[in-house]
Design a protein around this ligand. Structure first.
Ligand code: MN
Length: 689
């Protein structure tokens, strides 16, 4: 099939396109009445072809194996090293010990069961040649790494090998008939595991192994990582320089904006400023030179705090950062001052790094606010849910032979499936978001929904949003890896999109006359469709240049922007002290400023260990699954995805630009604190986790 524009087809081809679209519109139906109402998301069950792929399933299986192996290793340390029947020092009574042992056995059985599903994949992949190659080359290696380190009966496996299959499921799971059935089995097995992890007997297990209640030191959080490696960036938030660097290279590097001076909400004085930046600099000069940056979490003001499973706390902080003046030994961003809420006053003091424990707690409140903003606004709202609108409009309004449908479809793989799972379980009452994030579940969901409804698409194209935040000046703000690497990726995608679209659209007139494209835009903006605003050129798409920007933004959001916010979940956020997803005590008062810095005193504010365990589990599950790769459209197929031979040259130069970007970023990382998030090799081409 060679793609074509509808207006250039023959009348009978046009008729055929209409029929195809009519069928698709009966399959892709908006549901405006879910937990994310009034946003329209795909009605469940999803259309055929939109479910998770086999290879994706294997990736998830790999993460689940890692998580259970890690837990068994933690348990094994206590159980298998314990002199027989000597109770461990713990808060578990004797009468509960048998339940703990039962939990440990169940844990092993879950792991064994996951391993057995993995074993089936060898047979399945042999029977399905289309996936065999990929399974052999990548996923097996990854899963093998985990299973080799922890095989039942092996060194870490303790007594798992004595378990019989009936310990958990009854019969040994039969070899599934099809990949679909495999997917269903995997889904239910993972569901059972997650159910077990929130069960009462598992809570007893956590108590018994010392992973429950308030931590007694940072070592308690570190002890959560037995087989799983402690994240490379563990502890970044407890160091002032790295705390500031999270603003430009962390999970949520999209908040800071340049200011000339703090406004009346945040009366930072020159004295505050000089305490941190030195006597030979001043607030006024820094403002004039464009060296002041504000992280403002005003959007969280008035958001209702959550109480599940216990009272949680967060605030809407203002945090001031500054770049040392030109000629300084380094020009990395510095943290200058934090005010925990929006209104200044004696009960809401300004803390600086000289304020001991007060500063440490204020810093933690910025991390909590940033994590909340990150998950609900930057991640769920402005990548997952935003892209859903385009998936739906594309399937319903651009015929399968439309060149833009052909281009975009690979960038949508798995998006409806992961979003459906998010809406149905992640943001359900008592689900992960309700449990871990600091706001009530209604308030959290609303943050994500409002972010999409208020998104000013035309003003938020990546380069424009950098300019709007005043962070596009590399002289004033030299170290901003997200900006610098993001530009490389944006430009690569933009070049590819222009080349590709130019094969089909010879002029602006071709764009304006593409009636499928105009219907696509109408649906994106309609309240019965995507409900987006500030998109299009006065209600239409009129120029090829605009269309190229718009399409670049869609692909960038589904690939690079999602990678930006998704993968640091594992290498920053899975270690709770780096980014606690909620605080567990109220914001600091002025009195704390006179207390000396003391990490142990921070523990009362940090998530209890059982909450921290759930945070680790979720962040490991979401933050380590790399399925597909930007630009590698043919990765899972023996034939070329693009059937139009004219596409090959453009695609090849796109892939070459990505390779160049890979080496440029690798070289940059020799001269800066490394930032790996936007290495093209670590950017999947769609949102699927
Ligand atoms: Mn994600």
């Amino acid at each position: 099939m060679i793609p074509s524009l509808p207006q250039k087809d023959s009348p009978s081809q046009q008729q055929q396109r209409k029929q195809e679209l009519s069928t698709l519109q009966s399959q892709y139906i908006y549901d405006h009445d879910t937990r994310v109402q009034p946003l329209g998301v795909a009605q469940a069950p999803l259309p055929k072809g939109q479910n998770f792929s086999f290879i994706w399933g294997l990736g998830t299986l790999n993460q689940a194996l890692g998580i259970t192996a890690n837990l068994i290793s933690i348990g094994s340390r206590i159980f298998d090293a314990r002199p027989s029947n000597q109770p461990n020092e713990s808060s578990v009574g004797d009468e509960e010990l048998s339940k703990v042992e039962e939990a440990y056995l169940q844990l092993k059985a879950h792991h064994l069961n996951l391993s057995r599903i993995f074993d089936q994949t060898h047979v399945l992949s042999a029977k399905n040649t289309s996936v065999a190659h990929e399974v052999a080359s990548t996923v097996q290696a990854a899963v093998g790494a985990v299973t080799a380190r922890f095989s039942p009966g092996g060194s870490g496996g303790g007594s798992a090998s004595h378990l019989t299959p009936s310990d958990i499921h009854g019969a040994h799971p039969a070899l599934p008939e099809s990949l679909d059935q495999f997917g269903e089995n995997l889904k239910s097995t993972l569901g059972e595991l997650l159910h077990f992890l929130v069960s009462e007997i598992f809570e007893l297990f956590l108590r018994y192994v010392g992973l429950y209640g308030q931590a007694s030191g940072l070592s308690s959080y570190q002890a959560q990582f037995q087989l799983l490696p402690l994240p490379r960036d563990a502890g970044v938030a407890l160091d002032d320089l790295m705390f500031a660097r999270l603003r430009v290279a962390g999970p949520n590097p999209v908040v800071i904006r340049r200011i000339t001076a703090p406004d009346s909400r945040f009366p930072v004085t020159d004295a505050h400023y000089r305490l941190v930046m030195g006597e030979d600099d001043s607030l006024e000069v820094a403002g004039k030179e464009g060296r002041l940056y504000l992280a403002d979490y005003q959007v969280l003001e008035g958001v209702q705090a959550g109480t599940y499973p216990t009272q949680k706390y967060f605030t809407s902080p203002l945090a001031l950062f500054a770049v040392p003046k030109a000629g300084s030994p380094d020009r990395l961003l510095r943290a200058v001052a934090i005010q925990c809420t929006q209104q200044p006053g004696a009960s809401n003091p300004i803390f600086t790094p000289k304020d001991g424990l007060g500063w440490q707690v204020a810093r933690l409140f910025v991390q909590v606010a940033d994590g909340y903003y990150h998950e609900m606004i930057s991640h769920l709202g402005l990548t997952h849910l935003l892209v859903e609108a385009f998936v739906m409009a594309t399937a319903r309004q651009l015929a399968p032979e439309h060149p833009l449908n052909v281009l975009l479809t690979p960038h949508f793989q798995g998006t409806l499936a992961i979003n459906n799972a998010a809406v149905e379980s992640l943001i359900a009452p008592q689900g992960f978001v309700d449990r871990l994030l600091p706001g009530s579940i209604q308030a959290s969901t609303q943050l994500a929904v409002d972010a999409v409804l208020r998104f000013q698409f035309n003003h938020e194209l990546f380069p424009l949003s950098l300019a709007a935040r005043g962070v596009d000046d590399a002289e004033a703000l030299p170290d901003y890896p997200y900006r610098d690497d993001g530009k490389l990726i944006w430009d690569s995608i933009h070049g590819w999109v222009v080349d590709y679209l130019s094969l089909y659209y010879g002029s602006d007139e071709d764009v304006a006359q593409d009636y499928e494209l105009q219907a696509w835009l109408a649906e994106l903006t309609s309240e019965q469709g995507g409900g987006l605003q500030d998109i299009g050129q006065d209600g239409a798409i009129r120029t090829l240049a605009y269309l190229a920007d718009l399409v670049t933004m869609i692909i960038f959001t589904g690939s690079a922007q999602h990678a930006t916010v998704n993968f640091p979940q594992s290498y920053v956020m899975s270690y709770t002290p780096s980014l606690p997803l909620a605080a567990y005590a109220p914001a600091p008062t002025a009195a704390l400023a006179s207390q000396p810095a003391n990490v142990d005193a921070l523990l009362a504010y940090m998530p209890p260990l059982q909450q921290s365990f759930m945070q680790q589990t979720l962040m490991e599950l979401l933050g380590k699954l790399y399925f597909t790769r930007l630009g590698a459209y043919d990765r899972y197929s023996a034939t070329s995805y693009f059937q139009d031979p004219r596409v090959r040259a453009s695609l090849k130069s796109f892939q070459q630009r990505l390779e160049e970007a890979e080496s440029i970023i690798a070289r940059r990382n020799l001269h800066r604190i490394p930032y790996r998030t936007l290495l093209p090799s670590e950017i999947p081409q769609s949102i699927n986790i």
